[in-house]
Design a protein around this ligand. Structure first.
Ligand code: NAG
Ligand code: NAG
Ligand code: NAG
Length: 469
């Protein structure tokens, strides 16, 4: 009896053991197959191609609206070692009316900067479309936090108090906000606040030893809104500007050799890479929402509208991105495979960055566009570029986009998910986010500018002592 039951137990054990072993092999072969499929879709090496400097991107899963810092508390607290920082920055203590005063902030008597240790206490940048150009706010906050204990941040840039030890001199003027909020002449004033601030800024800089020492070449000035610094730009052109594009600048004042292009802050919400709809779940082929009739380079929008408006899987409509429009745009882009970025009255717009954080493959139709950090980021891995002259040919664009099948699209979508964190502005900054990427771009630009300056010095000794040329 006992031996019988023992035997039965034994055989049932054997059976379950066999089942377990075969399950193990099944899972193993499945996972091998899956991984093979995965790596053939997106070779690892592509990521190395995309970010040449190896800028580490911490996967960020929060879907933040305006201020990412709130949605995720900072757990890890480290402080930067200034000697290890890529960029040492000296910042002028400009009076608050040039920066946080424009946000309505008032400190104590003689207090120039708000305390930034706790983001809840930091004055907010106005929302809506102002936010697109809020780079001035994020960069300044980041510098202030570099000297604030207990703020864990990306440590590419640190403030130094001695300007002789700095790589660059930072000019903390919130020029975009000044343009957006204070361009009107009020009451019986003869000049707008925006004009007055710019004039005072020029005067201030010209009086500073730091400016005189370098002729302004090592100064960093933020002018992200295309119409900001309209007066001062002509007098401060030797400095390094941080811009959205070069559309409204002459080549002498702004150019790729000395200036840095920064992304717009996107206005739609970012989607979590884990919940990003794949190919099948994006029913719309092409999405565009914006002003259709624009002056200057925007004629092409009209032409494209008439070419595509009758297609069933094309969403091409009028609409602005304010208020409910933002939510609609977000839903629309997330439901689309491709998102159009067509030159408007400036070569760039926030639409590109809205598309990137919606993981909607950007189709860039803007011949004069300049892209942020393009020296380290290969946009062709996750965007499609179409010349304006081609885009206007009947059927060209739709044939091209319909020709991009699931496999190719998915490859670009995977890459988009990888690069999207490079376009997030947040406080505190994180390695690989927009703030960090901009500091790194500034640092590379400093190298280029220095390289050229050093070459100009080559024969100065012979000139000086022998008077030869
Ligand atoms: C930050 O400030 C808010 C409101 O002022 C407060 O509730 C919160 O506890 C503060 N956080 C820290 C870490 O001090
Ligand atoms: C600033 O740095 C320079 C060069 O390192 C040094 O000669 C100078 O004494 C410093 N100034 C102050 C006020 O510490
Ligand atoms: C050396 O000469 C060049 C050209 O004449 C001039 O631009 C540069 O400022 C000089 N450098 C120094 C350190 O004097």
């Amino acid at each position: 009896m006992t031996s019988m039951s023992e035997k039965r137990v034994f055989s049932s054990r054997l059976l379950s053991c066999l089942v377990a072993v075969s399950m193990f092999f099944l899972i193993l072969s499945c996972s091998l197959l899956f991984r093979a499929g995965d790596s053939s879709l997106v070779p690892r090496s592509i990521y190395n191609l995309i970010v040449v400097d190896g800028g580490s991107v911490e996967p960020k899963s929060s879907s933040c609206k305006e201020f990412c810092a709130e949605s995720e508390p900072v757990k890890r607290v480290t402080s930067c070692d200034p000697s290890q920082a890529l960029l040492k920055v000296f910042m002028y203590d400009l009076p608050p009316e040039f920066h946080f005063g424009l946000l309505g902030w008032k400190g104590n008597l003689n207090q120039i900067w708000p305390k930034v240790g706790n983001f809840s206490d930091v004055p907010r940048y106005p929302g809506g479309l102002n936010l697109q150009h809020s780079i001035e706010y994020w960069l300044t906050l980041d510098l202030l936090s570099s000297l604030t204990p207990n703020v864990a941040r990306a440590c590419s840039a640190v403030l130094v108090h001695n300007s002789s030890q700095a790589d660059v001199v930072f000019v903390p003027f919130f020029s975009s906000l000044s343009y957006n909020r204070h361009s009107k002449i009020e009451g019986d004033e003869t000049k707008s606040t925006n004009d007055i601030l710019q004039e005072r800024l020029v005067e201030y800089l010209n009086s500073r030893d730091e400016w005189k020492r370098s002729g302004g070449k090592d100064h960093v000035i933020m002018a992200h809104h295309p119409n900001s610094m309209l007066i001062a730009r002509w007098k401060l052109g030797s400095a390094m500007f941080i811009l959205a594009d070069f559309g409204r600048y002459s080549d002498q004042i702004a150019n790729v050799d000395k200036d840095v292009i920064a992304p717009y802050k996107h206005v739609v919400r970012s989607i979590d890479p884990k919940n990003s709809p794949p190919f099948e779940e994006r029913p719309t082929l092409v999405y565009f929402q914006g002003a259709i009739y624009r002056k200057d380079g925007g004629v092409i929008r009209q032409e494209l509208y008439y070419l595509m408006k009758d297609e069933e899987d094309v969403h091409f409509t009028f609409g602005s991105a304010v208020g409910g429009g933002t939510r609609k745009a977000s839903t629309g882009m997330t439901a689309s495979k491709f998102c159009l970025n067509i030159a408007g009255d400036t070569p760039s717009s926030n639409r590109l960055f809205d598309a990137i954080v919606s993981h909607c493959v950007p189709v860039i139709i803007s011949d004069e566009i300049e892209l942020p950090y393009e020296d380290v980021l290969d946009y062709s891995k996750f965007s499609i570029f179409v010349r304006s002259s081609d885009a206007c040919k009947d059927g060209y664009l739709l044939k091209l986009l319909r020709g991009i099948k699931k496999e190719k699209w998915t490859e670009m979508w995977e890459n988009l998910k990888q690069v999207a964190p490079h376009f997030e502005y947040q406080y505190p900054s994180r390695p690989g986010d927009a703030v960090d990427m901009i500091w790194k771009a500034v640092s590379r630009k400093v190298s280029t500018v220095n390289y050229k300056a050093h070459r100009r010095n080559r024969y100065n000794m012979s000139k000086k002592f022998l008077n030869v040329h």
